[in-house]
Design a protein around this ligand. Structure first.
Ligand SMILES: [Zn+2]
Length: 419
């Protein structure tokens, strides 16, 4: 398997809903490279995003390849079929080389009795007092603990196995990178659960290079982490220890690493993550939550004139359609409706006022996380504008591109990987 496609140590999921920002996104990776840190871009787009925007998977690769060519990027890049399932994967087979197997919906569906007993029988090493280097207290687990955890996750991992083999039969083993994601569920997974999940992934012979658990705390779209940062840091470090242990213990790829979904804008956990990576030498994949689109809106507003007018129009339409826009994202946004400015008020704003409310600068008094989250889920409004929106992006290209690069590099890559 030496020729297998292998994901690099640091990689960053750069979502680009309208496929217009691959170049400014890649420029951010080039800025990191100039500082001596390789961060590999992975352009990810889910079936849901394609459906809402009205795009198809080949467009993601085309935009990425054009940017790579124009900027002479010689390092790898990847195209991630994000959160795919058996019923949505096929259109991604041709042009993706990275697959995020989403089996969160199968979590908690009871596994078959025999499969469960076979798992517990096979994994006596999971029972008892388990010392894992890097975790202060040994895990103490009973047979029934392991059975309980396996009962919750085994079915989901088996489903990931079916999906993995479906892709493998179409593309060939070693030709793509596999991620297993369990983040879109209600309950975070404990380090002990992660260990059982990894043992089950190894049993299914899924060569997972990244695993996306649900971490403790809230990872709302487009805004900072909400939760106990110390608890997060402890669990994050334990997760790293569990992964290193599982890689030794089971047949899993050596470069298996954590993937942090909705990882953009989680400024308060970047320092703990960087500390953990520096201490352990572990790699990481961080996925942005499509917030690139918000930089486009900021760029339109900064473009003044018609750009600013369109940014206000998008806000007005998003506010008018708030219930429908928020519904699919109900569990990953927290909008205080009372703190959303009225359409008439926003209509009178200058470009500076609009940008100050939207840009994720927590030191700025005018920053409004409610407006930011509403616009975040409001990309459907721009999708409906169609060419009118895309033409405005082109007209405001300098300010849009500047904001996309600066946001990705200054607020994300730098604090995470450079310091
Ligand atoms: Zn996710």
């Amino acid at each position: 398997m030496t020729s297998s496609l292998s994901l690099e140590k640091y990689s960053f999921g750069v979502g680009d809903r309208f496929a217009h920002q691959a170049k400014p996104q890649l420029r951010a990776c080039m800025l990191a490279a100039a500082q001596g840190v390789d961060v590999i871009p992975v352009w990810n787009k889910s079936h849901r995003e394609h459906a809402i925007v009205g795009s198809t998977p080949p467009g993601v690769r085309a935009a990425a390849e054009a940017a790579v060519r124009d900027l002479d990027w010689t390092r790898p890049f990847h195209i991630d079929a994000d959160h795919i399932r058996l019923d949505t994967v096929d259109p991604f087979i041709e042009t993706s080389d990275f697959y995020t197997l989403d089996v969160a919906d199968a979590i908690g569906q009871p596994a078959e009795r025999e499969a469960l007993q076979a798992f517990v029988g096979r994994h006596s090493e999971l029972v008892g007092s388990l010392e894992i280097p890097g975790i202060a207290e040994p895990f103490t687990t009973t047979c029934s603990d392991i059975e309980k955890i396996a009962a919750k996750y085994l079915n989901a991992v088996q489903e990931a196995g079916v999906l993995y083999r479906h892709i493998e039969s179409a593309k060939g083993a070693g030709k793509f990178i596999t991620e297993v994601s369990m983040d879109e569920t209600d309950q975070p997974q404990t380090p002990a659960e992660l260990l059982v999940i990894l043992a089950a992934i190894a049993d299914e012979k899924i060569p997972a290079q990244t695993i996306a658990p649900k971490f403790t705390g809230r990872f709302n779209k487009g805004v900072d982490y909400v939760g106990d940062v110390e608890q997060f840091e402890k669990e994050f470090n334990e997760d790293l220890a569990v992964i290193a242990h599982a890689v030794n213990e089971y047949e899993l790829p050596k470069n298996l690493k954590l993937s942090v979904h909705s990882g953009s804008d989680k400024f308060s956990i970047y320092a703990p993550i960087r500390r953990a990576l520096a201490r352990t030498g572990a790699g990481i994949h961080v996925k942005t939550a499509g917030t690139n689109w918000l930089e486009e809106v900021i760029g339109l507003a900064e473009g003044q004139g018609d750009g600013l007018k369109m940014a206000k129009e998008i806000y007005g339409k998003a506010l008018a359609d708030i219930e429908a826009l928020c519904a699919p994202y109900a569990t990953v946004i927290d909008i205080d409706y009372d703190r959303l400015p009225a359409i008439a008020e926003v209509g009178n704003w200058s470009a500076e006022q609009f940008v100050a409310a939207l840009r994720h600068d927590q030191a700025c008094k005018q920053y409004n996380p409610n407006l930011r989250q509403l616009l975040h889920v409001g990309y459907k409004v721009a999708a409906k504008m169609g060419d009118r929106y895309l033409e405005m992006l082109n007209a405001c290209e300098p300010s849009v591109a500047r904001n996309v690069t600066e946001n990705l590099y200054e607020r994300h890559l730098k604090p995470l990987f450079i310091g």
